[in-house]
Design a protein around this ligand. Structure first.
Ligand SMILES: Cc1ncc(COP(=O)(O)O)c(C=O)c1O
Length: 449
């Protein structure tokens, strides 16, 4: 195969110019720019064009339609900005075109997933003998862990789900807070359980489950807790709920999508005390670990249950000498995403990871204080990187958010919090600086109605 020098020279320059524009480009494209993307609405031609021309079109016509979530002023959802080292590892993995499923298809992926997974356990002080699988996002990580939990519950009562199916299966109970992230409910729906079957427990004013409101637990129950409420950033009371679960045979899962990473910081890990007592955890890597999308990890304390749940078996799927990534995830073939996680952790070390957590949480506290000074009302205890705020006239919140977004200096979105119309700011990117926060605060002030 001939090496296309022109193509790779072009893409490298385009990537360089994009990265160097991150601080100055609008955070989100304007309506006109989005309209201009109609350029791509063309019929598929019979003949193709030169590879460099394809990438040139992507660069010249497509790049204006990019949201600069990789920069330091995107505070929507919970969004990390990919670390350069993780992007570079992503390029290497793409160039190698490795299949992260069977180990014979990529010994390097298999090795690095093993190492990256064990480093995540170490950084977060989770049981070292746990098993893990690399998936697309916290939604799928939740699905993966909860499916494993279901396997275990059925194994314990002697029911073979794989052979006999969900229709005749014994009843399983699911207990979670009324503030649980909705992707957990979706994951359960994918597994065949409807919303009306779930038991929701009341929360306090910060969105934390109230342990005294928990129903009795038993060995047919899966409890889902949360490390980091998507709005307030609050943490469920892990020790209290794990005390209730202990000895009952109930399985405790923690959706630790972003909040779980605080365990890497000496200053914030107390917030997730007791999380290590759960049976499974789901964490996004494309949030606070700042690797490119898509990336997450599902972890189970039980060393067999993930393999009992997943992994296609076929005579042509010969085992290699290393870990079989597909034995731990719903997919067979997939991206070798463990490489970026390995690269990010190798680059950051434990200290670098803790520094990102500490710095972004510090910015959230500073930002909340300045917002208060500007006359906004902060609705949550700013315990980590999340701010929920509103203004006197809540009817104006939507217009205010829109005008800040249109200003292009920063981006955040709306939410409802305890019946109040509000906006939410999530500071999760390694790229965010104090200057970024100040530029954002200025834009907020200037766009206040
Ligand atoms: C607590 C929690 N769980 C799950 C998710 C879903 O994550 P993903 O979009 O990566 O699937 C999120 C997203 O913000 C979250 O905050």
């Amino acid at each position: 195969m001939e090496f296309d020098q022109e193509l790779y020279d072009y893409v490298l320059n385009a990537a360089k110019s994009f990265e160097s524009s991150l601080d100055s480009r609008p955070v989100t494209p304007s309506d006109e720019v989005i309209k201009a993307l109609d350029y791509f609405d063309e019929p598929l031609s019979n003949g193709g064009i030169e590879a460099t021309q394809v990438i040139k079109m992507l660069h010249e016509v497509g790049e204006p339609g990019v949201v600069s979530s990789r920069g330091g002023r995107f505070y929507g959802f919970v969004t990390g900005g990919a670390l350069p080292v993780a992007v570079a590892a992503n390029w290497m993995a793409a160039s190698w075109d490795q299949n992260g499923g069977p180990s014979v298809m990529s010994p390097i992926s298999s090795k690095l997933e093993q190492v990256a997974g064990s480093w995540v356990l170490d950084a977060l002080d989770l049981p070292a003998s746990s098993t893990f699988g690399f998936v697309t996002g916290a939604t799928m990580a939740g699905f993966t862990a909860l499916s494993s939990a279901r396997t275990k519950i059925y194994q314990n009562c002697g029911y073979d789900l794989k052979a006999d199916g969900i229709r005749n299966a014994p009843k399983i109970r699911f207990v979670m807070s009324e503030e649980i992230h909705p992707t957990n409910i979706i994951a359960l729906q994918y597994m065949g359980f409807g919303k009306n079957e779930l038991e929701f427990v009341k929360c306090d004013e910060q969105g934390r489950i109230i342990p005294e409101e928990m129903p009795p637990l038993d060995d047919h129950t899966i409890v889902i807790l949360q490390a980091g409420n998507v709005n307030s950033g609050s943490f469920d009371h892990f020790n209290e709920v794990c005390d209730l679960a202990e000895g009952t045979g109930a399985w405790v899962h923690v959706d630790a999508a972003f909040g779980g990473w605080v365990r890497a910081s000496e200053n914030y890990k107390h917030l997730a005390n007791g999380m290590e007592r759960a049976d499974s955890w789901s964490l996004d890597c494309h949030k606070w670990l700042n690797v490119p999308h898509d990336s997450a990890i599902a972890i189970c304390r039980d060393s067999n249950v993930m393999q009992d749940t997943f992994g296609v078996r076929a005579s042509y799927l010969v085992p290699g000498s290393l870990r079989e990534g597909y034995h731990f995830t719903p997919e067979l073939s997939r991206r070798a995403r463990g490489m970026e996680i390995w690269a990010a952790l190798k680059y950051l070390g434990k200290d670098g990871l803790a520094e990102i957590i500490d710095r972004t949480c510090g910015f959230a506290k500073y930002c909340a204080k300045e917002l208060e000074n500007q006359g906004f009302e902060i609705l949550n205890d700013v315990v980590i990187n999340q701010i929920v705020a509103t203004m006197k006239d809540e009817d104006k919140v939507d217009d205010f958010i829109k005008s800040v977004q249109q200003d292009g200096k920063t981006w955040f979105g709306p939410t409802d919090w305890k019946g109040r119309k509000a906006f939410r700011i999530s500071i999760s990117s390694h790229a965010t600086t104090k200057e970024d926060i100040d530029i954002s605060l200025k834009s907020i002030q200037e766009n206040m109605p």
